[in-house]
Design a binder for this molecule. Structure first.
Ligand SMILES: *[C@@H]1O[C@H](CO)[C@@H](O)[C@H](O)[C@H]1NC(C)=O
Ligand SMILES: *[C@@H]1O[C@H](CO)[C@@H](O)[C@H](O)[C@H]1NC(C)=O
Ligand SMILES: *[C@@H]1O[C@H](CO)[C@@H](O)[C@H](O)[C@H]1NC(C)=O
Ligand SMILES: *[C@@H]1O[C@H](CO)[C@@H](O)[C@H](O)[C@H]1NC(C)=O
Ligand SMILES: *[C@@H]1O[C@H](CO)[C@@H](O)[C@H](O)[C@H]1NC(C)=O
Ligand SMILES: *[C@@H]1O[C@H](CO)[C@@H](O)[C@H](O)[C@H]1NC(C)=O
Ligand SMILES: *[C@@H]1O[C@H](CO)[C@@H](O)[C@H](O)[C@H]1NC(C)=O
Ligand SMILES: *[C@@H]1O[C@H](CO)[C@@H](O)[C@H](O)[C@H]1NC(C)=O
Length: 751
C-alpha cells in the first residue's frame, strides 16, 4: 500500500467518521418479521442488536447507544438512531418489513358522572362494583400521586396478575404508589435520542403539565369531597370507574413527545397486564400501517385489551379526525348540562345572570356601566376608565372585543352577543359576564334608560340541568376516517367540555390579571377529556362482563348511546350553528353507561375480521404484516364490510349516467347477550333520496349467545346530490326492553 492510498484511506475514514457523526441521523421505528429470526439467536433483543451491528458504519457509536428501544408486545421491532446509509442497509437485512421515522405527537389538549346517569342505587356502578380491580393504563404526561383522586381508601389488595411497577425518579419515590395508583413508569429515550443535549426537568412519572393527572382522575379517580375550582363546580369529584386501578405510563413531556416513547409505553403496559388503555393522543394523516398507535392497539386488541382514543380537536371540519382505527374506540367531545355563571346586579335592583367563568373573587363594589358599542376601538375604550364596558356584538367580533377590553384594564366587561358558541369565550382573566341578545336586552334597556347606570358583579355560580345538553363541541374532530373510510368514525361522543378533574397542585391552572392561580383541580376541555370518560365506562363493562371482547364492549357502548339531548331533540352541533349533529361528529351518539351494561345484542369482531378488512383495503403483504406483527395471515376472505355497529357508504361515482341506481350491501351478525328467548324487529329511519331495507327484518333467538345474521341494503344514485344523508337502524325486542341502534351514513365525499 502506497503512502498516497494510505492517506486517502485515512481521509476516507475521516470523512465517514465525520459524516456519520454529523450527517442527519434520525430515529426510526423498525418493524421486523420475527419468523425470520435465525435460530441461533436466543431472543429477539439479541437479534435486533446483531442486525443493527451488521448495518452500522464501523466508526459509529456503540450499538447499544444506537438502539433506542427493543419492543416486545406492541410491535415486533425496535427503534434506533440511523444514518441514511445505515437505514438503506437495514432495508436489505433479513427479516426487515418496514420502518418509519420517529415523530412528534400532539396531545389533544365531577359532575359529568351524574349527567351520565351513574348512581349508587342501580345501574352500571353497583353492577360492575364501580370497576373494581379493572386496570386502566393511561399513556399521558404523568401523574400527581398526592392528589386525593388517587387515594386508596377501601380498596382491596392489588391483583396478583399485575406485573407493573412504580418506578422511582426525580421527586417520585416508588412508595408513592398505592392500591389505587398501582403503576407509574416513564419513557423518554426517544426524546433524548432526538435531542441528546436535552435536560428533562422532571425525570420521573410525576406530572408537571396536568393533562395526565386530569385524564387519569377522570377515568378512575377515587371519591374526593368538596372538590371545586375557585368556587365553581362544587361537589364530590370521582372518576367514571371509581374503584378501577390506575397505571400511569408517562410518555408526554414538557420538552416534547415522540412516537417511539409512546410505543414503549404501550409495549410495557401490555406486558404489565392493563385491561384498558386510555390514550388522549393522536397523529394526523398516517395510514394504518404507518401509525404506530394503531399498530400497537392491534396487539393490545389481540390480548383482549380495550383501547379508548380521542378524535382530535380540529373540528368542525370534515375528515379531520385521527385514531380512525377500526379496532379502537374513537371518542368525540360533548358538553354537559353544567353551566358556569355570573350575575350582574343592576343599580335599579334588577339582576341578570349570564355565562361567566371568571376565577377571581366577587366584590360588592358598584361601578358605572358605559355602553361602548362594538368595543372595537382601543382608544375610546381607554376613556372608559375604571368602569364596566357594555359591548354589543352582532358581527362575530366577540373574541376581538374580549381582547380589547382585557387589554385596556377596565373594571370589567359585559358582552352581549349573538354568537352560537358563547360558552367558548367565557374563561376571562378580568371580571366579565356573557349574554345572548335576548338575555342582554334587559341590560341594554337599563343602560339606555337612566343617566347614571351602574352595577356590581357576582361570580362563581354553577347551574346544573342547563338545556340543551349535551351538544357536540365545535372543536371536536369529524369523520370520515382518512385511514379507513369504510368504518364510520368517531364511534361515540362523551363529556369533554369543561371537565373538572384533579391537577398537580404546583402547576398553575390560569391567571387572574397577572397573578398565577393554583388549584388541586382544573376545568379543561377537549377530546382528551372525553377519551378517559369512555375508558372508565369500558372498565365498568369489563368488570361486569369479563368474557366480552373489546369489540363487544365497544358495540355495547355504541348501540346504547343517545341521539337525543335533555330536551328530547336531536343533539346539536355547536360547530354548525346548533344544527342537529350528524354521525360524522357524534358517531352513534352520547354514551349511556347504564344502558351499555345490558345492550341486548352485540356486534362482535376479532382479529381475523380486522385482517379481512386490511386485505380488502389492498394493503401489501408488508403493510399487513407490519400491523399483524408478522404472524401468518390469510387473505382468502377480503371484506371491507366489517361486522361493526354502524354503517357508512359512498355514493360518489363520477359516472355521468345519473339515472341508473347502485346498490350497497352490508352483512351483519349479532350475538344475543340479552334474554334467552327473544324476538327483535328492525326499524329504519328514512334516508332522503335513498331506498334502505333490512332482510330479514325479524330476528328470533332461542337462547343466549345465539348469533343471527342480516343484510342491510341501500339503493341510491351513483352520485348523491347531498354531501351527507344519515339515519339509523334499530333492532327492538318485543318486550320493549332493548333497543339496539346503529347509525347509517351515506355520503358523496371521496373516501
Ligand atoms: C450538544 O452539546 C455539545 C457540547 O456542549 C455541542 O457541541 C453540540 O453541538 C450540542 N448538540 C446539539 C444537537 O445541540
Ligand atoms: C366539606 O365541606 C363541608 C361543608 O363546608 C364540611 O362540613 C366537610 O367537613 C367537608 N369535608 C371534607 C372532607 O373536607
Ligand atoms: C380570593 O379570596 C381568597 C380568600 O379571601 C384569597 O385567598 C384568594 O387569593 C382570592 N383570589 C384572587 C384571585 O384574588
Ligand atoms: C348575528 O347578527 C348579525 C346581524 O343581525 C347577522 O348577520 C349574523 O348572521 C348573526 N349571527 C348569528 C350567529 O346568528
Ligand atoms: C361585519 O364584518 C365584516 C368583516 O368581518 C365587515 O366587512 C362588515 O362591514 C361588518 N358589518 C358590520 C355591520 O359591522
Ligand atoms: C382493491 O383492488 C380491487 C381490484 O383492483 C378494486 O376493485 C378495489 O376497489 C380496491 N379496493 C380499495 C379499497 O381500493
Ligand atoms: C384461509 O381461511 C379460509 C377460511 O376463511 C380457509 O378455508 C383456508 O384454508 C385458509 N387458508 C390457509 C392457507 O390457511
Ligand atoms: C371524481 O372526480 C374528482 C375530480 O376529478 C376526483 O377528485 C374524485 O376523486 C373522483 N371521485 C371518484 C370516486 O373517482
Amino acid at each position: 500500500m502506497t503512502f498516497l492510498t494510505q492517506l486517502s484511506l485515512y481521509l476516507w475514514f475521516l470523512f465517514i467518521a465525520f459524516s456519520s457523526t454529523f450527517a442527519d441521523s434520525d430515529t426510526y421505528i423498525v418493524h421486523m418479521d420475527l419468523s425470520s429470526m435465525p435460530k441461533a439467536f436466543s431472543s429477539h433483543h439479541t437479534w435486533y442488536l446483531a442486525t443493527l451491528s451488521s448495518v452500522s458504519s464501523p466508526s459509529s457509536s456503540s450499538i447499544s447507544s444506537k438502539l433506542v428501544y427493543s419492543y416486545t408486545n406492541a410491535i415486533s421491532g425496535f427503534s434506533a438512531i440511523l444514518t441514511p446509509s445505515e437505514l438503506k442497509a437495514l432495508k436489505n437485512s433479513q427479516g426487515y418489513i418496514s420502518s418509519i421515522k420517529d415523530m412528534t405527537v400532539k396531545v389533544d389538549t365531577t359532575h359529568s358522572y351524574q349527567f351520565l346517569g351513574l348512581n349508587s342505587n342501580n345501574g352500571a356502578w353497583p353492577v360492575s362494583h364501580y370497576g373494581e380491580d379493572v386496570i386502566i393504563g393511561v399513556v399521558d404526561s404523568g401523574i400527581w400521586p398526592e392528589s386525593k383522586s388517587f387515594n386508596d381508601d377501601g380498596m382491596s389488595e392489588i391483583p396478583t396478575r399485575w406485573k407493573g411497577e412504580c418506578e422511582s425518579g426525580t421527586k417520585f419515590s416508588s412508595s408513592l404508589c398505592n392500591k389505587k395508583l398501582i403503576g407509574a413508569r416513564y419513557f423518554n429515550k426517544g426524546l433524548l435520542a432526538k435531542n441528546p443535549n436535552l435536560t428533562i426537568s422532571m425525570n420521573s412519572a410525576r406530572d408537571t403539565e396536568g393533562h395526565g393527572t386530569h385524564t387519569s382522575s377522570t377515568a378512575a379517580g377515587s371519591y374526593v369531597e368538596n372538590a371545586s375550582f375557585f368556587g365553581y363546580a362544587m361537589g364530590t369529584s370521582r372518576g367514571m370507574a371509581p374503584k378501577a386501578r390506575v397505571a400511569m405510563y408517562k410518555a408526554l413531556w414538557d420538552e416534547g413527545a415522540q412516537l417511539s416513547d409512546i410505543l414503549a409505553a404501550i409495549d410495557q403496559g401490555i406486558a404489565d397486564g392493563v385491561d384498558i388503555f386510555s390514550m388522549s393522543i393522536g397523529i394526523d394523516g398516517l395510514e394504518l400501517y404507518n401509525d404506530p398507535i394503531a399498530i400497537a392497539a392491534f396487539a393490545a386488541m389481540e390480548k383482549g385489551i380495550f383501547v379508548s382514543t380521542s378524535a382530535g380537536n380540529e373540528g368542525p371540519y370534515l375528515e379531520t379526525l385521527h385514531n380512525g382505527t377500526p379496532w379502537v374506540l374513537n371518542v368525540a367531545a360533548g358538553t354537559n348540562d353544567r353551566e358556569f355563571q355570573g350575575t350582574l346586579n343592576l343599580g335599579n335592583g334588577d339582576s341578570a345572570s349570564g355565562l361567566s367563568f371568571y376565577l377571581g373573587n366577587s366584590s360588592s363594589n358598584e361601578f358605572p356601566l358605559v355602553f361602548s358599542g362594538a368595543c372595537d376601538d382601543e382608544k375610546s375604550l381607554k376613556k372608559v376608565g375604571h368602569k364596566i364596558a357594555v359591548c354589543l356584538d352582532t358581527n362575530d367580533t366577540l373574541s376581538a372585543q374580549v381582547y380589547y377590553v382585557g387589554n385596556v384594564k377596565l373594571a370589567g366587561g359585559v358582552f352581549i352577543s349573538n354568537t352560537t358558541d358563547l360558552s367558548s369565550y367565557i374563561q376571562s382573566t378580568f371580571p366579565a359576564i356573557f349574554y345572548n341578545l335576548e338575555e342582554g336586552k334587559k341590560i341594554l334597556d337599563y343602560v339606555k334608560s337612566v343617566p347614571d347606570p351602574k352595577a356590581s358583579f357576582h361570580f362563581q355560580e354553577t347551574v346544573i340541568g342547563a338545556k340543551s345538553a349535551p351538544k357536540l363541541a365545535g372543536y371536536s374532530s369529524r369523520g370520515p376516517s382518512s385511514s379507513c373510510p369504510f368504518v364510520l368514525k368517531p364511534d361515540v361522543m362523551a363529556p369533554g367540555d369543561r371537565i373538572l378533574a384533579s391537577w398537580p397542585s404546583n402547576s398553575p391552572v390560569t391567571y387572574v390579571g397577572s397573578q398565577q392561580l393554583f388549584s388541586n383541580f382544573n376545568v379543561i376541555s377537549g377530546t382528551s377529556m372525553a377519551c378517559p370518560h369512555a375508558a372508565g365506562v369500558a372498565a365498568l363493562l369489563r368488570r361486569a362482563h369479563p368474557e366480552w371482547s373489546p369489540a363487544a364492549i365497544r358495540s355495547a357502548i355504541m348501540t346504547t348511546s343517545k341521539e337525543l339531548d335533555n330536551t328530547e331533540n336531536a343533539i346539536k352541533d355547536i360547530g354548525s350553528n346548533n344544527q342537529p349533529a350528524n354521525p360524522l361528529g357524534i358517531g352513534a351518539g352520547h354514551i349511556d353507561p347504564n344502558k351499555a351494561l345490558d345492550p341486548g345484542l352485540i356486534y362482535d369482531a376479532n382479529s381475523e375480521d380486522y385482517i379481512n378488512l386490511l386485505c380488502a383495503l389492498n394493503f401489501t403483504e408488508k403493510q399487513i404484516r407490519t400491523i399483524t406483527r408478522s404472524k401468518s395471515y390469510n387473505c382468502s376472505n377480503p371484506s371491507l364490510d366489517l361486522n361493526y355497529p354502524s354503517f357508512i357508504t359512498y355514493f360518489n361515482s363520477n359516472d355521468t349516467d345519473s339515472d341508473s341506481l347502485t346498490m350497497k350491501e352490508f352483512q351483519r351478525t349479532v350475538t344475543n347477550v340479552g334474554d334467552g328467548n327473544s324476538v327483535y324487529i328492525a326499524k329504519l329511519t328514512k334516508l332522503d333520496g335513498l331506498k334502505v331495507s333490512v332482510s330479514p327484518d325479524k330476528l328470533e333467538f332461542a337462547k343466549q349467545y345465539e348469533k343471527k345474521s342480516y343484510k342491510l341494503i341501500i339503493e341510491g344514485p351513483r352520485r348523491m346530490k347531498d354531501v351527507l344523508v344519515y339515519g339509523s337502524l334499530t333492532w327492538t325486542d318485543s318486550s320493549g326492553k332493548y333497543s339496539v341502534r346503529s347509525p347509517i351514513v351515506a355520503t358523496s365525499l371521496s373516501p
